[in-house]
Design a protein around this ligand. Structure first.
Ligand SMILES: Cc1cc2nc3c(=O)[nH]c(=O)nc-3n(C[C@H](O)[C@H](O)[C@H](O)COP(=O)(O)O)c2cc1C
Length: 186
């Protein structure tokens, strides 16, 4: 049975290099694993406990919870905004963290990678993302890391899937998630 890895991207812009990284991961998934790019994050409203009650949860948040809940693992792709997680990704984590103790991230293997323009590739945002998903109950794959600096220049004319070094790094990331997910299930 194939391991299903749900990819959440923390940038909504059409030309997002993090989105391109996720597209590359979709292409590079080895046999026995599939990476599915989640498309609905822009539609999820800001988390609000008043609407997170039975009968009032927005359909977009229900869909996100279902997609995460049925995935075997999640792979977050985060740029860095002002030294931390972009709001769209943090908002998704907040929705996935509830109900408290039983959210869709509970015990779910999660890895975080990404690219940003700065010289550290968004490592602060990716570290903060690991922290937040860990608090939300995920099993954070702390050793699976990839922060690619200089996004705007590096991927100006080359899609990450066509960048041999990045493709190899992403393949390794997916392989590690696959390995740890199947080991946990055995
Ligand atoms: C609001 C905003 C804040 C940003 N802050 C940072 C930052 O703190 N560190 C950094 O490396 N890049 C920062 N950048 C540049 C992003 O890394 C760059 O735009 C990146 O390509 C965004 O990812 P994307 O291509 O997936 O949209 C910022 C960009 C925006 C729009």
């Amino acid at each position: 049975m194939s391991v299903r890895i749900l990819a959440l991207v923390g940038s909504l812009r059409a030309g997002s290099h993090n989105r391109q990284l996720a597209e590359a991961a979709v292409k590079l998934a080895p046999e026995g694993a599939e990476v599915v790019l989640y498309e609905g994050l822009a539609d999820v409203p800001f988390y609000n406990e008043d609407i997170d009650v039975e009968g009032s949860v927005p359909a977009s948040a229900v869909a996100l919870r279902e997609a995460a809940g049925t995935a075997d693992a999640l792979l977050f792709f985060s740029p860095e905004y002002n030294g931390t997680i972009p709001a769209v990704l943090k908002n998704a984590i907040d929705w996935l963290s509830r109900p408290y103790g039983a959210g869709a991230l509970s015990e779910k293997p999660v890895a975080v990678v990404g690219t940003a323009f700065g010289q550290f590739g968004g490592v602060w945002a990716q570290d903060e993302t690991r922290k937040a998903v860990g608090i939300a109950g995920a099993k954070v794959l702390e050793d699976v890391k990839l922060s690619i600096p200089g996004s705007v220049v590096r991927f100006a004319e080359t899609h990450p899937a066509d960048d041999a070094e990045v493709a190899a790094q992403l393949t390794e990331v997916i392989g590690l998630i696959h390995g740890q997910t199947t080991a946990a299930a055995a």
